[in-house]
Design a binder for this molecule. Structure first.
Ligand SMILES: [Zn+2]
Ligand SMILES: [Zn+2]
Length: 340
């Protein structure tokens, strides 16, 4: 049930992909994560205590008792389900690789899924399904804290990246995002912060938590200033560089009320590899956010599919094309169930 968030005003930390870490828990204390836990060495072993710590941290195990084997296996199986892995209940190699990846700090299963039969709906909401409740078409303002920027990216590039990221969501729902210089009154307040910055969710340095966001209608979107933020990997050669736009797209999904998806190609999937980009919405993201806000009259489903298809064809991966067709089919089925 909603053991993590009894109330919506609590910060939901949606950390981002690598280092995002979110503490969603009201009373639950989450152990400080050692950023080195997220180094990217494929051969590195993950001990059982580390796995348990990971499961605790992201909401799969209660902190109260040492789990017995049955509880551990059940928790691991739910983790595998939520991450779209094969459900074995065992710490197999796919699962260990996923645990090693940097990820969003936001817990994965904050809301039990009420999945209609025969559909593959993967998106989730926060407890109570909070959303921005003003009338649609909705106008939301956003602003950047001028005192809290990043040395890695120019203010101009930050604004450009976020404009593009907001545009992705605005193209599918009847919501517009308008930049304002007035940070105090803006609906969405964006800034880069270091360590403990006063909201009870301290950042953890390089590659720990990347970012966190509060659930609607709070609007705070915080990025870890310790990250090597990048807008162009040709320019930024650091091995721990994090793509700002990918994180922005993901965090804006949380601003709007989406939780984590188990669809690996979804923007709302919790993990992201360093030096990788995932800036486009997947059908799962689209259906999830449209069920909260409705559909943008100009939204064109075939346009989205065409861009996904061409991207994947450019990768030379025909198998992906089948997956897209499958996800399209299930999306339409989900729409039927939801009485679209
Ligand atoms: Zn997240
Ligand atoms: Zn914060």
């Amino acid at each position: 049930m909603h053991h993590h968030h009894p109330c919506n005003r609590k910060p939901i930390i949606l950390s981002f992909f690598f280092v995002l870490y979110l503490n969603l828990h009201n009373q639950q204390t989450i152990e400080a994560r050692n950023p080195s836990q997220f180094t990217i060495k494929p051969s590195r072993d993950v001990s059982i205590p580390e796995i348990k710590r990971h499961l605790h941290r992201f909401g799969y195990l209660s902190k109260d008792n040492e789990p017995d084997d049955v509880l551990f296996e059940q928790a691991l199986a739910r983790y595998q389900e939520n991450l779209g892995l094969q459900i074995t209940g065992k710490p197999d190699s796919d699962t260990l690789s996923q645990i090693r990846l940097p990820r969003c700090g936001f817990a994965d299963d904050v809301e039990p899924k009420t999945t209609p039969l025969h559909t593959k709906q993967k998106y989730v909401y926060f407890p109570g399904r909070p959303r921005w409740t003003r009338d649609v078409p909705l106008k939301l303002t956003y602003s950047f804290s001028q005192e809290n920027l990043t040395p890695y990216v120019t203010p101009t590039d930050i604004r450009r990246v976020f404009r593009r990221a907001f545009g992705k969501w605005a193209s599918v729902i009847p919501v517009s995002f308008i930049e304002t210089e007035d940070y105090v009154i803006a609906d969405i307040k964006i800034g880069f912060f270091t360590g403990d910055h006063g909201d009870g969710e301290p950042f953890d340095g390089v590659l720990g938590v990347l970012a966190h966001t509060f659930s609607p209608e709070n609007g705070r979107l915080h990025l870890d200033k310790a990250e090597t933020w990048a807008v162009d990997f040709d320019e930024e050669k650091s091995t721990v560089a994090v793509d700002l736009e990918s994180v922005a797209v993901h965090e804006i999904g949380h601003v709007l009320g989406l939780g984590h998806s188990s669809v690996k190609d979804a923007a709302m999937y919790p993990t992201l590899k360093p030096r990788s980009k995932k800036v486009n919405l997947n059908m799962d993201d689209v259906v999830g956010v449209q069920s909260l806000y409705g559909t943008n009259p100009n939204f064109n489903i075939s346009g989205l599919l065409a861009s996904e298809t061409s991207t994947n064809l450019a990768d030379g991966s025909m198998i992906r094309f089948e997956e897209i067709m499958y996800s399209t089919l299930t999306t339409f089925m989900a729409m039927c169930f939801l009485n679209w």
